[in-house]
Design a protein around this ligand. Sequence first.
Ligand SMILES: [Fe+2]
Ligand SMILES: [Fe+2]
Length: 280
Amino acid sequence: MTKLTVITENTVPGKVDGLCGEHGFSLFLETPEIRILFDTGPAGIATLGNAPKLGVDLSSADAIVLSHGHGDHTGGLLGVLRTIGKPIPVYGHPGIFADRVSKRANGRIVYAGMPYKREALEGLGATFNLSAAFREIAPGVYLTGEVPRRSAFETGDAELYIKRGNDLVRDPLPDDQSMAVKTAEGIALILGCCHAGLVNTIDRCREKLPGQPIHTIIGGTHLGFAPAEQLRETSRVLRDLGIKRLGLSHCTGLPAGAYLAREFGEAVAFCNVGYTLTLP
Ligand SMILES: [Fe+2]
Ligand SMILES: [Fe+2]
C-alpha cells in the first residue's frame, strides 16, 4: 500500500481544523519501504503546523525530495530539518541552489530561489544527494531527473530569471523534476511545479519506465500559467494516455482546474491541504 497526504497547498477546503493554506506544495509519501517528504512548502507556518493535524509525523521521514529550488517548495526545509532533528538525505537536482528571481508585471524583482545557504541546511542535518539523472531512490520510487524539453507548446515561464552578476537571464528551471511511484494500479506521478511541462514530464517517465502505464498524476501542473493552446494540447495527451486520476494542486489554479474537471469529470480531484490517497 502507498499513501499520499497533501500537507501544504494554496487552499484549505471545506471544514477545517486549524489547517493553513499557503502558496506552495508539500506532500508526504508512505510506502511499505520508505517515508518521503516531497517538497516542504514555503517559509511560512503551514507545513509544520498542518502535518501533526493530518497525522503526519515529519520526524518519521526517511528522506526529503525537492522538486526544484523555488522558495514555495523549499522554504519549509529549515523548519522541517529542525523538527526531524537528525541527519536525513535530501534529494534534488544540482541546480536547486541557483540565485533566481521573478519579475512581476509592474517591473518589481522578487527573490524566488532557495532562501537558505546550503551550509546552513547541512548544519541542521541535510545530506544533499544531487543529480540530474533519472534514478530509483527507494524500491519503486523514482526521480525523473532533468526533463528534456521536447514539446513545442511547453515554452516555460517568461517572468522567471537567474541572476548572473548584474544581469538577469531567462531561467529554464533545469532542476524541475517529478517523482514516480510504482503501485499495483500503475505509476503515480507526483509533480512539484512542473515547470518542465506536464507533457515533457510524462514523456520522460514513459521513456524511463517503459511498459508501465501512468495511472495517477498529482501535484502542481503549472497549467495555471500556460496559454490556452498548452492547456488544450496537454488535455489531449492526458486523454490519449487514458489517465485515471488527475489530482490538481498549487500552480494549476481555478480556471485550468475547471477546464480539466469538465474534460475529465470524476477522474479529477482538487488536491488541497489534507487530501489523502491510498493506492494498492
Ligand atoms: Fe516553481
Ligand atoms: Fe510552485
